[in-house]
Ligand binder design. Structure first.
Ligand code: ADP
Ligand code: MG
Length: 478
């Protein structure tokens, strides 16, 4: 047996890799760090409790198998969840008992009590009142089915789904979904609510914007009915508050919310919050609230990559029953990058234009529409733009194109940028060379030839060049 935890873990990973698809491997196993090996116990660090639960639920047998393969029948795995990974409990034994059970049996419960919400009787709710039907205020269109999964939202989406299946019964309480505007916070938060409603008919779900919540409180204070207000909120099983950054600076509202939060949390009720920034970056919100926001899981939504944008838009169009040529779809998604709401906006205008003026939906029309959405459009394709796009495509930092290097992929990226600059701009050889760290015109000629030669002999490279060229032309800069 080796004493090197890294090596043991690497070997485990090799086994695991063979047994899961690459995407899952990347999502769930690459972020794991081995930290300690003590006899037959390997400690691995996972980013947060959510990971721990996910691994336990989906991969426990595989983990068990691989760890035993490495460390023998008594091999065990212990998880370490770092403090800032929203764990209070530092160590969790994943495989408490490993003795002779058949491997199909699920014998992998987390440490007893680790995640059990403490059940305390709610002193406020009068028996009988519990039955009152609460109108959830949900938009039925926001569901998981039409919330497309991508790298940008995988953690948040999966955590949301886990919660919807077991409201209040996971470690993700509260779940804080944060991210910039238009990336799907409201959709996801509502999808959780809708999913709970469809799965359980005895759970009171309530969606409310932080703004509305605040107004209700102001009203309640006016009417002297804060107690009723608080009592009402305490009956909720799944409370979803959207855009909590709105509570910033509103002291009285925060105080009342703090009270409601504690009661719900203590009673094992689920709280879902959305915010335009990470809890730690919220300003004007009391520390005691922020620290509670960090109790569960904070999961961010990022800007989606091209494939995800296309999948989202395609799904939306299918919903609308509209057929849009793929190149137009692609064109729009190339150009609207940061905001899904904007993506939809473009699409809707496009449809409107097409119906109103009876024009075919084509790239020309799409360009016209997008111009209303994108503020800066360069009329001309520039050398810088080419460099940027090529660097992005080859996944190299753009500055590298200016420096001397022998790294093959950088050399190729640089030569290709020069080739495309020559082909797609009116710049002279001399000025192109200058924009690549002050090279002279002969380097540019040499690069163009090199690219041409490679294209003639290497089909894959030729495809790459065509793809990049297409991207450039697709972009609004043409
Ligand atoms: P936010 O609340 O973060 O500002 P929204 O939830 O309002 O964003 O989302 C903006 C639009 O983008 C909505 O119409 C939503 O349906 C859509 N959207 C966002 N993410 C996705 C996704 N992953 N799949 C499908 N639609 C999405
Ligand atoms: Mg929103």
């Amino acid at each position: 047996m080796t004493s090197d935890y890294q090596m043991v873990w690497d070997n485990c990973l090799r086994t695991i890799k063979k047994n899961v698809n690459p995407q899952s491997f990347k999502t769930w196993f690459e972020p794991i760090k081995p930290v300690l090996l003590d006899r037959e116990v390997l400690t691995i660090q996972v980013p947060n409790k959510f990971f721990f639960e996910w691994l336990e639920e989906h991969y426990v047998q595989l983990l068990k198998k691989s760890i035993r393969q490495e460390l023998g029948e008594r091999g065990r795995l212990v998880y370490h969840i770092p403090e800032n990974g929203n764990g209070h409990d530092a160590l969790k034994s994943a495989l408490p008992k490993v003795s002779g059970k058949p491997s199909s049996e699920k014998d992998s419960e987390p440490v007893p009590g680790a995640f059990d919400a403490e059940m305390i009787k709610n002193p406020f709710v009068i028996p009988g009142i519990k039955r009152i039907k609460v109108e959830p205020q949900l938009n039925p269109n926001y569901v998981f089915d039409n919330f497309i999964e991508g790298d940008c939202n995988r953690l948040a989406r999966n955590a949301g789904l886990a919660i919807a299946k077991k409201p209040g019964g996971t470690a993700f309480n509260p779940l804080v979904i944060f991210g910039e505007v238009g990336l799907g916070k409201t959709h996801l938060a509502q999808a959780i609510g809708n999913e709970v409603v469809s799965r359980f008919d005895n759970k009171a779900v309530l969606y409310v914007s932080a703004e509305k919540f605040t107004n209700q409180i102001i009203q309640a204070i006016k009417n002297n009915s804060v107690n009723d207000f608080v009592n009402f909120y305490q009956m909720i099983d799944v409370l979803i508050i959207d855009d909590i950054q709105f509570l910033s600076g509103k002291q009285k509202t925060q105080e009342i919310f703090f009270h409601i939060f504690n009661q719900l949390h203590q009673n094992g009720k689920q709280i879902v919050l959305t915010s335009d920034r990470a809890p730690k970056d919220l300003e004007g919100i009391e520390d005691r609230l922020i620290s509670r926001f960090k109790w569960g899981l904070s999961a961010d939504l990022q800007a989606p990559d091209l494939e995800t944008r296309m999948a989202i838009l395609e799904a939306k169009m299918e919903d609308e029953g509209v057929d849009i040529p793929t190149d137009v779809l692609e064109f729009i998604c190339y150009n609207i990058k940061n905001n899904i709401r904007e993506l939809e906006g473009v699409m809707i205008s496009l449809l409107a234009q097409a119906t109103l003026i009876r024009r075919d939906i084509d790239i020309e029309l799409a360009k016209e529409v997008i111009r209303n959405f994108v503020t800066t459009i360069n009329k001309e394709i520039t050398v810088e733009f080419i460099q940027q796009l090529v660097a992005e495509h080859f996944n190299v930092p753009v500055e590298k194109l200016h420096h001397e290097t022998r790294k093959r992929n950088i050399v190729i990226a640089r030569q290709l940028s020069m080739y495309l600059a020559k082909k797609l701009t009116n710049k002279s050889l001399k000025s192109i060379g200058e924009q690549f760290g002050g090279r002279d015109h002969s380097t540019v000629i040499y690069s163009c030839k090199a690219v041409q030669d490679m294209m003639d002999t290497d089909m894959i490279f030729k495809d790459t060049v065509e793809e990049v060229e297409k991207k450039l032309k697709m972009s609004l800069n043409t």
